[in-house]
Design a protein around this ligand. Structure first.
Ligand code: NAD
Ligand code: UD1
Length: 340
């Protein structure tokens, strides 16, 4: 049995599907603070298998303990956490309590139950403003906001844990920019309020729930002046977790892996691709740069290719098509159906 903390969320729900299709039994612990219970029904609809679900907060040690008592957990994939950069600047303690204290709780319960196998959701944000691209895992790490600092602190914590007890198997996955949705359109990204990230914003403009996209800066030192990122299809990302888990199950150690496609696209290239693939218009306005943004960020994922045998196989057309399919089928996210 594999435990997924935060398994009802965006990346977690897609990973549930990928794990079930690889014949793993799964159990989810999620407090639904940024997700919807409907996602569990949708996973069932896709795979025909209903994951066990616990409405449990990572801060509730007894609740976590009960999950380990009631299930034969072999490994944990730890998605559970808060992820909004701006909110983390405004409310740092909320982020330190939820992400750091929540992770300490989880690791303590794992240790008590002798479960020493973990895949952790980190982020390319731990590279800060990289000195060059593509980014390799050995590049210097830094944090530019409290959210990023929680990721960095957890990475450090995991390394300390392995040094203290070499029986642990820990894979740290540094995601680049996850986008898109399962091809069925049954699960996808369902942000609360105004999306912070580019892709859900584009999809909401395309469907007409927002009037125009604000492009944050066209004066970066990039080909067209807009920011360049490494967008990765969420199903490719989900598959990376299965590969990391397989590696963990057969070896001990701690390692970090970049999960990206290795290709950088600009904001304008993404807008054009979305328009072309989906035959929709995306009106936009160029604004000033968003504070904290960097010009360019894309991965060298050769370590994940060679050590995890993982490759991203889906290109931007598929990312655009699947994001749109989810948006059209669920114009208000999971709420579209739950309350209809
Ligand atoms: P998400 O918000 O959709 O999923 C996170 C899940 O964790 C949610 O279902 C939420 O309810 C749950 N959760 C939060 N705090 C919890 C707590 N205390 N107890 C139990 N459950 C809790 O986010 P996501 O995009 O699926 O991201 C998953 C992980 O990947 C996060 O750790 C995030 O920081 C990391 N990450 C995401 C991105 C991205 O762009 N989406 C990029 C890099 C890293
Ligand atoms: C953001 C987070 C980062 C997190 C990552 C993945 C910030 C400052 N950084 O990074 O910590 O790891 O998401 O979740 O929030 N853009 C627009 N208009 C928009 C939204 C975005 O022009 O409405 C541009 C941005 O300037 C950037 C690109 O689109 O160039 C991608 O932005 P976004 O999706 O927010 O991801 P990141 O900035 O890479």
């Amino acid at each position: 049995m594999i435990l997924l903390t935060g398994g009802a969320g965006y990346i977690g729900s897609h990973t549930c599907v990928e794990l079930q299709e690889a014949n793993y039994d799964i159990v989810i612990a999620d407090n639904l603070s940024n997700s919807h219970i409907e996602s569990i029904d949708r996973i069932y609809e896709i795979t025909g298998k209903r994951p066990a679900f616990y409405d449990t907060d990572l801060l509730d040690g007894e609740g976590l303990n009960a999950i380990f008592e009631e299930n034969q957990i072999e490994a944990v994939i730890h998605f559970g956490g808060l992820k909004a950069v701006g909110e983390s600047v405004a409310e740092p303690l909320k982020y330190y309590r939820n992400n750091i204290a929540g992770t300490v709780n989880l690791l303590e319960v794992m240790k008590q139950h002798n479960v020493k196998n973990l895949v952790f959701s980190s982020s390319a944000t731990v590279y800060g403003d990289p000195h060059s691209v593509p980014i390799q895992e050995h590049f210097a790490l830094t944090a530019t906001n409290p959210y990023g600092r929680t990721k960095l602190m957890i990475e450090e914590m995991l390394k300390d844990l392995y040094h203290a007890d070499p029986e642990w198997s820990i894979s740290i996955l540094r995601y680049f920019n996850p986008v898109g949705a399962h091809e069925s359109g049954l699960i996808g990204e369902d942000p609360n309020g105004i999306p912070n990230n580019l892709f859900p914003f584009i999809a909401q403009v395309a469907i007409g729930s927002r009037s125009c996209l604000h492009i944050f800066g066209d004066d970066y030192p990039t080909a067209d002046g807009t920011g360049v990122r490494d967008y990765i299809h969420v199903m490719d990302l989900a598959n990376g977790h299965v590969k990391a888990l397989e590696k963990n199950l057969y070896s001990t150690g701690t390692d970090a892996y970049n999960l990206g496609t290795g290709i950088g696209y600009s904001v304008l290239q993404m807008v054009r691709a979305f328009e072309k693939v989906n035959q929709v218009g995306i009106p936009y306005k160029v604004m000033s740069r968003r504070q904290g943004d960097i010009a360019e960020c894309y991965a060298d994922s050769s370590k994940a290719n060679s050590e995890l045998n993982w490759y991203a196989t889906r290109g931007i057309s598929q990312m655009c098509r699947d994001a749109w399919n989810w948006q059209v089928k669920n114009p208000s996210g999971y709420k579209s159906h739950a309350f209809s």
